[in-house]
Ligand binder design. Structure first.
Ligand SMILES: Nc1ncnc2c1ncn2[C@@H]1O[C@H](COP(=O)(O)OP(=O)(O)OP(=O)(O)O)[C@@H](O)[C@H]1O
Ligand SMILES: [Mg+2]
Length: 217
């Protein structure tokens, strides 16, 4: 099986695709062969890859929830990693995605409304962790606005969950501009702050995965 990382939330527009594509590109820049599975009927990731001019992560449509596990086994022969870009519209597939994931990233915008709607996903993840010890999981605070304390306040609320905050993306035009050419800030503005935030998320996520596996062995 490839390493499977998913970006999921039951709410639309929280940054699932931004986090999924950023994470996939971080894996790609780290010399992993990576495929993004686009579960979204709007096809953000599929549109994004069509705009790609250079090389980057590959993108394919996601199989149905029932076929997901089997398909991932098959993909393991060709890819080191698979990143699943979740969809708010396909709530029924959330359980299947959690079951096949090594790491679940939960993007949330720093607002209590986003956190309240996160509880059901966290419960699903924790139920799965109790049974099989995985997946590793954590939050990505997205669209944080500089100069406000909201992110800190929200981090305090998030403390009531057992999952860590693995990354913080500020609201930055680089995340949007990079999409135009099928890129992420990592290649669009490699020295920019958005690229740094992706690198920090990537490194914290690898640490979380490693800690998770160490705890299990
Ligand atoms: N950190 C950020 N800074 C600036 N713009 C952002 C940031 N994160 C996301 N956006 C923009 O906000 C919009 C929603 O983000 P995104 O598409 O990643 O969310 P999503 O959860 O995948 O949405 P959907 O539920 O429609 O699939 C997009 O236009 C995206 O470019
Ligand atoms: Mg999306």
């Amino acid at each position: 099986m490839p390493i499977v990382v998913s970006s999921i939330h039951s709410k639309g527009g929280v940054g699932k695709s931004t986090v999924a594509l950023s994470f996939a590109d971080a894996l790609h820049q780290d010399d992993s062969s990576v495929l993004v599975l686009d579960t979204d009927p709007q096809g953000t990731a599929s549109e994004w890859v069509q705009a790609q001019e250079g090389d980057g992560p590959m993108v394919a449509g996601a199989p149905s929830a029932e076929k997901l596990e089997h398909e991932l086994e098959r993909l393991g022969a060709s890819y080191d990693a698979v990143v699943i870009d979740g969809s708010a519209q396909l709530k029924g597939s959330t359980g299947s995605i959690i079951r096949v994931s090594d790491l679940v990233l939960i993007p949330i915008q720093p607002s209590p409304a986003d956190i309240w709607s996160t509880e059901s996903i966290v419960e699903l993840i924790e139920d799965r962790q109790k049974v099989v010890g995985q997946p590793a999981a954590g939050f990505v605070l997205n669209c944080v606005v500089a100069g406000t304390n909201v992110a800190e306040d929200v981090t305090e609320i998030l403390d009531e969950f057992d999952l860590p905050v693995l990354g913080r993306f500020h609201r930055r035009v680089a995340f949007v501009e990079a999409l135009v050419t099928g890129e992420t800030p990592l290649t669009y503005k490699p020295r920019g702050k958005a690229a740094g935030e992706i690198e920090d998320l990537y490194s914290a996520s690898l640490d979380a995965l490693e800690a998770h596996y160490t705890a299990q062995s």
